[in-house]
Design a protein around this ligand. Structure first.
Ligand code: PLP
Ligand code: COI
Length: 363
């Protein structure tokens, strides 16, 4: 029963958004507010395995108030994008990597691991049905949000016996208002994101719930995003609320925090390390202390910093603010290495450059 349904049953939405309305929504979609006509769902129960896989009309769930996810947050998710290709086709980017991470997240949260083929099949099927929702504007894409919730009705604290896996899709533009311009980030000193042995490397909703007070602090301070330090020494830079971070030095080398279990292993991070090395750049996966960051920004040894992730793509970090720190990186705008890496990645994702790594999964 672990292999699940061979194909997903297709129940077309009989009341889709009219084409003219859809086109209007795609003009300026923002991030995560415009949704497509369908969703994928697959159920799981102990003993039965994966069953009832469907592509169906997007609609609300009907949940008992005792549903476990509502109480103990047994939930995981993924984030990936479908891109429009120059020939009018569409592609996913490294969906196998998201499938593997989803499985790892499930294991960490004591949830049933969805077979990786079923993950990819469900995402592909949803994008095929809703392909008209992929925006064509530069930098726009169809954001896919696979997620899984614990659905057993029970107040006992234990792994659920039942799960609902679902994929929804959202037409998106740039994650940050203002698009490609550099962001200002807030250094979180009151809050950390993840401790050793915790769930930092899993993509679970709880990590994001725990980041919201820090993100609210960042917003109050006029910043776009929050950056977290390690929970043990409160010294080493880990990642932002929803993206990984890279540093670019005056000798042309790059550095990014290592995957020690407390940060999310970003697929954008991994792809950029590969692309940077192919461009002849040195990339170190080594800890970077906040005081070093400040000193290097002041001395000019640090030239650029950027955030990266599926939603943020590659976003330059212009400034850092904190209660004890405040500095500008480089000239506060997008640096040349950041710009080059961003183009290299987007050119592959949008089919403008050859896919030498087999990263594209055409639909
Ligand atoms: N770190 C966090 C906390 C994230 O939420 C994300 C976004 O998914 C990332 C890093 C970047 O991961 P990816 O490049 O796989 O989207
Ligand atoms: C993603 O980039 O996919 C994320 O999950 C990050 C979130 C800020 C939207």
């Amino acid at each position: 029963s672990d292999s699940g349904p061979q194909t997903l049953v297709f129940e077309r939405n009989s009341n889709p958004v009219p084409a003219s309305e859809r086109e209007a929504l795609l003009q300026n979609p923002g991030f995560g507010r415009v949704f497509t006509d369908h969703m994928a769902t697959i159920r799981y129960s102990e003993g039965r395995g994966w069953y009832d896989g469907k592509i169906e009309a997007r609609k609300p769930f009907n949940l008992d108030p005792a549903t476990l996810v509502l109480h103990y947050a047994q939930e995981i998710f993924e984030g990936m994008k479908a891109y429009r290709l120059p020939d009018g086709g569409a592609t996913l980017f490294r969906p196998d990597a998201n499938a593997r991470r989803f499985r790892n997240s499930a294991t960490r949260l004591a949830m049933a691991p969805l077979p990786e083929e079923l993950f990819v099949e469900s995402v592909r099927a949803l994008v095929k049905v809703d392909r008209d929702w992929i925006p064509t504007a530069d930098g726009a894409a169809l954001y896919l949000r696979p997620f899984m919730i614990a659905t057993e009705s029970l107040l006992g604290v234990k792994p659920s016996a039942d799960y609902l896996y679902c994929v929804i899709a959202s037409s998106v533009g740039a994650y940050f208002k203002g698009g490609a311009s550099a962001v200002t980030i807030w250094l979180s000193e009151n809050y950390t994101r993840a401790a050793p042995g915790g769930t930092g490397e899993a993509k679970c909703g709880g990590n994001y719930a725990a980041s919201l007070s820090a993100q609210a602090e960042a917003t109050r301070e006029g910043c776009d995003q929050v950056v977290f330090l390690d929970a043990v020494e409160r010294r080493f830079v880990e990642e932002l609320g929803g993206m990984n971070v890279f540093f670019v030095f005056d000798d042309g080398s790059l550095q990014t925090p290592p995957l020690t279990g407390t940060i999310l292993p970003g697929i954008t991070r991994d792809s950029l390390i590969i692309l940077a090395r192919e461009l002849g750049l040195t990339v170190r996966e080594e800890p970077y202390a906040i005081d070093q960051w400040q000193a290097d920004a002041a001395s000019g040894r640090l030239r650029e910093a950027f955030a990266c992730g599926t939603a943020a793509v590659v976003t330059p970090i212009g400034k850092l603010k904190g209660s004890k720190h405040s500095f500008t990186i480089g000239d506060g705008g997008a640096g040349p290495v950041t710009t080059r890496l961003k183009s290299a990645l987007l050119d592959i994702q949008n089919g403008r450059a050859p896919d030498q790594h087999g990263w594209l999964d055409r639909l």
